[in-house]
Design a binder for this molecule. Sequence first.
Ligand SMILES: Cc1cc2nc3c(=O)[nH]c(=O)nc-3n(C[C@H](O)[C@H](O)[C@H](O)COP(=O)(O)O)c2cc1C
Length: 313
Amino acid sequence: MDADKRRQLRDAFGAFMTGVTVVTTHDAQGQPIGFTANSFSSVSLDPALLLVSIDKRSANFDNFTQSGHFAINILSEQQKETSNIFAQKIADRFSLVPWRTGEYGTPLLDDSSAWFECSMHQVVDAGDHAILIGHVEAFASCGTAGLGYYRGAYFTPYQNAESLIAGPNVVVSALIESAGKALVVKGEQGYSLPAQTVSNRSVSETLTQLFSTLRIEASPGFVYSIWEDRQKKQQHIVFLCAQPTGATLPAVAQGEWVDLQSMTQLPVADSALKSLLDRFIREYAVGNYGLYYGDEAQGSVRQFFTPARQEVV
Ligand SMILES: Cc1cc2nc3c(=O)[nH]c(=O)nc-3n(C[C@H](O)[C@H](O)[C@H](O)COP(=O)(O)O)c2cc1C
């Protein structure tokens, strides 16, 4: 294939939006090694398998294909620099990032959105790459928003939303779903989502404070809904929030977990919230969420992402 065609093919592959990972293991001397990869894919749940492909030109091709274990670190939105470090020819990449050794001896990067420690299941020769198929031995998901990659550029949906939202009349709410239930709080007018006014803080500070008031371990994910309540002169922004692995249905300081099935019968404080929750229940069943634009009475929903509600592997 000539250089032009090769570039066109790369560009066409780049139309597929992905996350970004750093794949790690040790070399023969026991030194940690790793490279940035977006060719990661989940493969099978039972057995738990995943894959990533490695370029045959990689300086560590032999180390990776011959290693007994490797780890996949799914980068969070805060780790753009980490992605760049592990994609460039830098002598000691690990001196530039915080990391630790996992239970199976693989290097795990701190602050990743999720990680998987794998034993090598199979190495498949595939053109100018080899496919490393790993058997997941241990994993965790931290719930933080993952770094995106699209057409050669990073994207950070949560950070983008955060930078656009500010002001004394902005109210952020957290839609936290866990094991088919959502967290709601009871007020005088009926049920609503846990919420807090942004005031002079940033959205992430506001949400962090909200999580700490609820005493819940959660991370803000995507904007699920935006609407304006013209009567109260407030802008409402609802974030779909995730919890770390294993943190299902924790006891919360305020509010209660309500089954999504029975949520349609719940007396809800306001009509905009009622239609948001009805939509969430419908979309949860299908697994494809949309983003709402509008005011408290009318608006439109646009499909914006299909969540990883299923486990990753
Ligand atoms: C977003 C992104 C995704 C990448 N995905 C892969 C990949 O899936 N497989 C791969 O072999 N290289 C991939 N690379 C390139 C490697 O990270 C890069 O060539 C790195 O310098 C390899 O380092 P090494 O030669 O020390 O192994 C990617 C780079 C970037 C920036």
